[in-house]
Design a protein around this ligand. Structure first.
Ligand code: GDP
Ligand code: MG
Length: 453
């Protein structure tokens, strides 16, 4: 997952709370030290780290534990809440208004990931039913137009560019009428190696003419806490409304970039988590922290599900997954849907509790080939067997293998996978869609599930 090292350290820290016999000052001090170490390693600013951990310590020592939870749970809650506040509290994505076209301009230094992110966002919103167009105004880099053209074809979104024109505003004027027909227009701009006078002028000229509803600064996570300086400068000179942090997948410094941007006036709205078009997430501090602490992020999971399958399917799958009812058909549908959502190892972190279970890699790498075989095997099962695979006997395994052109080993493997998944689904039985951490904690309590706390 993103910020894997930070996440692992934080999970270890929370485990210490679970193991402790009682909550006292020594435990709190140790907890605070651990959190400090973990955050500093992910390049969070020292001053910010101290501020945050002092708050945690103060609350842990002074606050009375509410009667509904025990002291340890209260301590975990304080850590969770303070981390969420630290990352900007309630902020959530971009609020697309009914105004048509809703224009979002992307600015940032050369190579920060503007063009790639625009393609990701275009796909993100077209999947949600918006009519999206992209306006390419990077007139400086000769390859920029070709890059955006290629991305546009890939995601099937109309691109408005002019390879010969050397004036960005002329390109806009040329297409203005066409662009008015879109719900959302994403505007790609040119970057420089550093924030320079001419870049500011260029951005401001475009800004004044086009008057975009949102101006998003794109920053690469690998610059760590220096992101604050960039975010502040861009904010002061170009009046940005939000930040998109890219390359969160490729650096241990992401914590620095995230926290640094979160404290500027322009909040983090999206994060880029890979090179592929799907590798984009709306940034929600509460879900993000839940995931870091190994508590899952159901909201993000449902969003991802919605992208991969239609609403009806998503609802059915969600209900099954949460309800604990489970058979072969569900297993197949679930694996198929999850494959569409992206690599399974990216999905499991979103499921409450799963981030902490060391799920074997093999289980996450269910290949397409395997799915195909499963389909053959399932085709050779009776209706009763599909609905209740537990009744499949050894003789039936051989017959099914014969009938489907697979081996008995493969049939047994499917059965094993089914049993494992069913067991896991049972653990979620009764957990609602609620992401409120305390409610979740209560639900999971006493279910024999090893959570971080
Ligand atoms: P621009 O100059 O700001 O338009 O940057 P580009 O969109 O051309 O991206 C520069 C490089 O960063 C490309 O190689 C992208 O594939 C890569 N990139 C962008 N976003 C991400 C991300 O979230 N993760 C990773 N690993 N690479 C990214
Ligand atoms: Mg570009």
């Amino acid at each position: 997952m993103v910020l894997e090292n930070l996440s692992n350290s934080l999970k270890e820290t929370l485990k210490k709370i679970t193991k402790a016999i009682f909550v006292d000052e020594t435990l709190i001090n140790e907890l605070v030290k651990d959190i400090q170490k973990a955050l500093l390693k992910s390049d969070v600013n020292v001053k910010l780290v101290l501020e945050l951990t002092n708050k945690i310590k103060k609350r842990a020592l002074e606050e009375k534990t509410p009667s509904s939870i025990n002291q340890k749970e209260h301590l975990v809650r304080i850590v969770y809440e303070e981390l969420v506040k630290f990352l900007g509290s309630e902020q959530k994505g971009i609020n697309i208004l009914a105004k048509k076209p809703f224009k979002i301009m992307f600015v940032g230094l050369f190579g920060s990931g503007k063009t790639t992110s625009i393609a990701k966002i275009a796909k993100y919103y077209s999947k949600r039913g918006f009519k999206v167009g992209i306006l390419g105004l990077d007139i400086h880099r000769p390859a920029a137009m070709a890059q955006i053209e290629q991305l546009g074809n890939q995601i099937n979104v109309p691109i408005f560019i002019d390879k010969k024109e050397k004036n960005a505003l002329n390109i806009y004027k040329k297409y203005k009428n066409d662009l008015d027909k879109f719900d959302i227009v994403l505007i790609d701009t040119a970057g420089r190696d550093a924030l320079s006078e001419d870049l500011i002028e260029e951005i401001n000229n475009i800004n004044n003419e086009i008057k975009p509803e949102e101006r998003i600064l794109v920053i690469s996570a690998d610059i760590g806490q220096t992101a604050q300086e960039q975010a502040t400068k861009f904010h002061e000179t170009c009046n940005i409304t939000g930040v998109l942090i890219t390359k969160m997948d490729g650096t241990a410094k992401g914590g620095g970039a995230l926290s640094a941007c979160a404290i500027t006036q322009a909040p983090v709205k999206f994060i880029g988590v890979g090179e592929k078009i799907e590798d984009l997430e709306e940034f929600n501090p509460d879900g993000f922290v839940s995931r870091l602490l190994g508590m899952g992020d159901l909201k993000a999971l449902l969003e991802k599900t919605r992208e991969a399958i239609d609403d009806e399917q998503a609802e059915k799958l969600g209900k099954r997954m949460i309800g604990g009812e489970f058979n072969f058909i569900d297993l197949y549908e679930q694996m198929e849907a999850m494959q569409k959502m992206g690599p399974l190892n990216k999905i499991v972190d979103l499921i409450p509790g799963m981030g902490n279970m060391n799920i074997p890699k093999e289980m996450l790498n269910v290949q397409e080939e395997k799915l195909k075989k499963w389909k053959f095997i399932m085709n050779s099962c009776t209706k009763e067997e599909l609905e209740n695979p537990d009744i499949i006997t050894r003789t039936r395994i051989d017959r099914i293998a014969n009938g489907s052109g697979t081996t008995a080993r493969e049939v047994r493997e499917l059965l094993k996978q089914y049993k494992q998944s069913k067991k896991m689904m049972k653990l979620f039985k009764g957990s609602s869609k609620d992401t409120d951490i305390n409610k979740l904690m209560k639900k999971f309590k006493g279910k024999g599930m090893r959570m971080a706390y």
